[in-house]
Design a protein around this ligand. Structure first.
Ligand SMILES: Cc1cc2nc3c(=O)[nH]c(=O)nc-3n(C[C@H](O)[C@H](O)[C@H](O)COP(=O)(O)O)c2cc1C
Length: 163
């Protein structure tokens, strides 16, 4: 598959997760378009913006907000390809901001796109076997669900579920 990974990262945590996601996708033989939304625009990177799967990653800004660079990227993406059905969301946050706001950007983006995939939420930077396995399970599930397409989509409102 052609997979687009686009993410925003202030201090590197979300970039670390994105790198692990990318490595897994490429190890499974997929071709990745890589966009750092803080410094790159969709039109600069992807001659053809259409992909089989879109993976969007974000850190969470003040009180559960989506960083503005990701909002701009999402606007560009929708203008180019509409709201893709095959889109999954991942990101990092800190529980010290409270349950209501923890990884708020990931939740907002998942709700906005109405994604049928589970969300991937990592506390701060990924570390240890537990996070590595969690990330691998998430991306394997997303890839398998996409390859098997509609019959494997588990729940009409899976954006509420977390990997
Ligand atoms: C100004 C500011 C506001 C933040 N607000 C939240 C928040 O509301 N919820 C949350 O889960 N994390 C919040 N965080 C924590 C970051 O989302 C978290 O550290 C994240 O892992 C940073 O990712 P990055 O290294 O990719 O930039 C905030 C961090 C900053 C600097």
């Amino acid at each position: 598959m052609r997979i687009l990974i686009a993410f925003t990262s202030l201090s590197g945590n979300t970039r670390d997760v994105a790198r692990m996601v990318r490595a897994r996708c490429e190890a499974m033989g997929h071709v990745v378009t890589w966009i750092e939304t803080d410094i790159q625009k969709l039109a600069q990177v992807a001659q053809d913006p259409h992909h089989d799967l879109y993976l969007l990653g974000a850190w969470t800004d003040n009180a559960g907000r989506t960083p503005s660079e990701m909002k701009h990227f999402i606007a560009d993406l929708i203008e180019a390809v509409g709201k893709p059905a095959q889109l999954a969301v991942f990101g990092t946050g800190e529980t010290q901001w409270g349950e209501e706001y923890y990884c708020g950007a990931v939740r907002r983006m998942a709700t906005f796109f109405g994604t049928r995939y589970p969300r991937l939420e990592i506390e701060q930077m990924p570390h240890g076997d537990r996070d590595t396995i969690k990330i691998q399970h998430w991306i394997d599930h997303v890839l398998n669900s996409t390859l098997n397409c509609t019959e494997n989509m588990p729940h009409a409102d899976a954006s509420r579920f977390v990997a």
